[in-house]
Design a protein around this ligand. Structure first.
Ligand code: NAG
Ligand code: NAG
Ligand code: NAG
Ligand code: NAG
Ligand code: NAG
Length: 683
């Protein structure tokens, strides 16, 4: 039974409750508010990993959090276009953090309506707490009371010794359905609660998949029988062999990125890392061999979030390649500018595979208005999915969660992701809106699209989606790339035997057992419809290059995935937006100079390009470019269209790179001088 919860939650039990009215009040006009999508159960971290157990003890106290509907959300897109669309008079006139905060705070009406309903349900006003961003009402209540208020039933869920509680669906009074965003615990499970009797904790996998740039031996990459091109006098010596040995110098040569640039204070670009951690010896080894003009010991400025640390010794199990690569690419290309590292979450969270969401603790640290902490040890805007601080476990970050601690860098690169369907739609809508807010403030966010074509990760029962009678045949787009308010970056490659003077194709290279389908990820989101800025590009793709696969149109609650034999959502946001080389990159990890592949390499390249452009704009007293997608879709000539390659998986051929935008390489790779010109001409 629910004994374990009572033990853990006893902290909250000292609260006084007013006498609670009996259930079955007259005129309970309720509507279904949220139901767990049956299709969300086939994912890496989806509820399918959680074994459902007993009903929760009716007397256990749960920390109920009611997420209030934010104001003006429907205007967010318009507001973003107002500052990010090249045809807007207000292009570049980004908002301050305070302006953004005020724009989206829930209306007084929303707060009052939900608050008075709680009081009418017999809850003592003094027990109801409101978060300072006004986004949540919080109260600790017995399970039986919450079940009665939301016409629901809570069950225990267990995975690897971690317990959480949640329900399959819940209802809200009809008059509040527009005011309540979602509740926790709800179809999202509660925060983890440790069941003392179980100590098993063996999985040491990262719940946030870094898109794992893949290290391969020359045999695996098929490089042994692959001879370098004959010497070409038109090509500088250090970039003769970029198809086999890609370096930062190759990026410069391919995309015309200047070697010399003037660093402008305040324009240090940032990388997000979590779990994986760089080693100073390894990045030094890269600089020494491939960028000797960079001083030994050069390293990013560490902004540690919630107890993360960096660097680690090169032989550490945390040093798996991602950070070394992300840092060397950016540092080499923006030198002598320095850079910033957001290392996120304490080691207990980054090594235990026990949470379903990610990025919220990071976003909290950059934007206090997105964040919150409660008095009862449950912390964060989305308790239950995200890490909770203080983390009182031995070795945990035993301090309150960081909220608004760091001013966000102007350009942030992410090479991490998971399945879009790992978390409920409302969770991602809320998080995506936070990316929109960062865009409103002039911040550019670049995210790798993933590495296994239209699937997600090496072959397993979670690579592709199930639904409507289909098993592992439906394409599986990633998160956060599904969000249309950031820039999704796919990968390209120089084909065997070609040089930097030749056209690239989509990255598509079989890399040995389990990675036969290693290829740039792309496709169409299920939660997010195609945004206006992308509509004509996507429509043109369907008109001129229809992939001819059966499709479905995802409904609002995403319950019809796979309908009529469809394998992708024809109405979804297209992924990726752009791309850049992600093949045969040379990088050191644990002292070994290997060849690396993945879209993980492509986001840092674009982060460097945008940083250099922001600095050039700063020199002429213009602000940072902010959310770049509307400018890119309106200036496709400033990119090199990639028209070779494809991204098969899930038992079918995936999509093909074609002329114009496509769901493999997006609009293509950067032409640095042309992009610079576009952005220098904009206000
Ligand atoms: C509400 O709680 C406060 C503080 O615990 C207490 O003083 C008050 O009597 C309570 N009111 C009701 C109606 O129970
Ligand atoms: C979060 O809410 C608590 C009250 O519940 C408040 O004390 C705290 O200041 C809030 N923090 C932020 C960053 O909004
Ligand atoms: C390029 O890669 C090939 C294949 O691994 C290797 O034999 C060669 O030495 C590399 N060239 C350099 C300059 O590292
Ligand atoms: C890493 O290297 C250090 C120093 O060379 C050594 O003491 C330590 O045992 C090594 N750790 C691992 C995990 O190999
Ligand atoms: C999901 O949406 C469809 C139409 O968009 C509707 O018919 C269906 O009842 C909804 N299901 C749930 C569980 O909300």
């Amino acid at each position: 039974m629910g004994h374990s919860f009572r033990a853990v939650l006893a902290l909250a039990a000292g609260l006084a409750f007013a006498a609670l009215p009996a259930s079955g009040l007259p005129a309970r006009d309720y509507v279904l508010h949220e139901a767990r999508s049956p299709t969300a159960t086939g994912q890496f971290n989806g509820p399918r990993h959680w074994k459902r157990g007993n009903r929760v003890d009716p007397d256990a106290i749960v920390p109920l959090r009611i997420g209030l509907t934010q104001n003006n959300l429907h205007l967010g897109y318009e507001k973003l276009m107002d500052v990010a669309h090249p045809s807007s008079d207000r292009f570049g006139k980004h908002l301050s953090e305070e302006d953004v905060h005020d724009l989206f705070a829930p209306s007084d009406e929303t707060i009052t309506e939900v608050h008075s309903w709680l009081v009418s349900m017999g809850i003592n006003e003094t027990d109801i707490r409101q978060y300072s961003n006004k986004g949540w009402l919080a109260v600790d209540l017995p399970v039986s009371k919450v079940e009665d208020m939301f016409l629901t039933q809570y069950h225990e869920h267990e995975r690897e010794g971690v317990l959480r509680i949640g329900c399959d669906e819940y209802h809200v009074p009809r008059h509040l359905s527009g005011h309540i965003d979602y509740i926790v615990p709800g179809v999202k499970l509660s925060a983890p609660m440790v069941k003392r009797s179980i100590t098993k904790r063996n999985a040491v996998t990262n719940h946030r998949q870094n898109w794992a740039p893949k290290k391969v031996t020359p045999e695996q990459a098929g490089l042994l029988e692959w001879r370098p091109p004959t010497f070409n006098p038109l090509i500088p010596f250090d970039v003769q062999d970029c198809a086999r040995n890609f370096t930062a110098a190759c990026y410069r040569a391919l995309y015309d990125i200047p070697l010399i640039n003037i660093p402008v204070p305040g324009h240090e670009p940032a990388v997000y890392e979590s779990g994986d951690t760089y080693s100073q010896d390894d990045i030094d080894a890269y600089f020494n061999k491939y960028a000797p003009y960079i001083a030994k010991g050069t390293h990013p400025k560490l902004f540690s979030i919630d107890g993360a640390d960096a660097p680690v010794p090169s032989n550490s199990t945390e040093n798996t390649g991602e950070s070394d690569i992300d840092i060397t690419i950016i540092q080499t290309l923006v030198w002598p500018q320095s850079m910033v590292l957001y290392q996120v979450d304490d080691r207990l969270y980054t090594t235990a595979n026990n949470l379903g969401g990610f990025l919220n603790t990071f976003l909290d640290a950059l934007d206090g208005s997105y964040c919150n902490s409660t008095a009862f040890g449950i912390t964060g805007d989305s308790p239950g999915v995200d890490p909770t601080y203080p983390d009182t476990r031995p070795g945990g970050y035993n301090k309150p969660e960081m909220c608004g601690t760091y001013k966000p860098a102007n350009v942030i690169s992410f090479s991490y992701g998971e399945s879009e369907l790992d978390t409920p739609k409302n969770y991602l809508l809320r998080q995506c809106n936070e990316f929109l807010k960062l865009g409103l403030q002039g911040i550019t966010i670049l995210v790798s699209s993933g590495d296994y074509g239209v699937g997600l990760g090496p072959a397993s029962e979670f690579t592709c989606l199930n639904g409507a009678g289909q098993f592992q045949t439906i394409y599986n787009p990633g998160n956060p790339v599904a969000c249309p308010y950031l820039t999704a970056v796919g990968a390209t490659q120089l084909e065997r035997g070609t040089t930097v003077l030749d056209a690239e194709g989509a990255m598509q290279t079989p890399l040995g057992p389990g990675s036969e389908l290693f290829a740039s990820s792309g496709g169409f989101a299920n939660y997010f419809p195609v945004p206006d800025y992308q509509k004509s590009a996507v429509q043109k793709y369907f008109d001129q290059h229809d992939p001819k696969h059966p499709f479905y149109i995802a409904n609002d609650n995403v319950t019809n995935i796979g309908e009529n034999g469809g394998i992708y959502n024809r109405a979804g946001r297209g992924i990726p937006d752009i791309s850049a080389n992600g093949a045969n990159f040379r990088s050191f990890t644990n002292g070994i100079d290997a060849h690396w592949f993945g879209t993980s390499l492509s986001a840092p390249l674009w982060a460097s390009v945008i940083t250099l452009i922001n600095q050039q704009r700063a020199v002429v007293r213009k602000g940072p470019v902010g959310f770049i997608n509307p400018v890119l879709y309106a200036n496709t000539d400033a990119l090199t269209d990639i028209t070779k390659g494809s991204n098969p998986n899930c038992g079918s051929s995936g999509f093909t790179a074609v002329k114009g935008w496509d769901p493999v390489t997006g609009l293509g790779t950067p032409k640095y001088p042309d992009l610079l010109k576009v952005w220098l001409e904009l206000p």
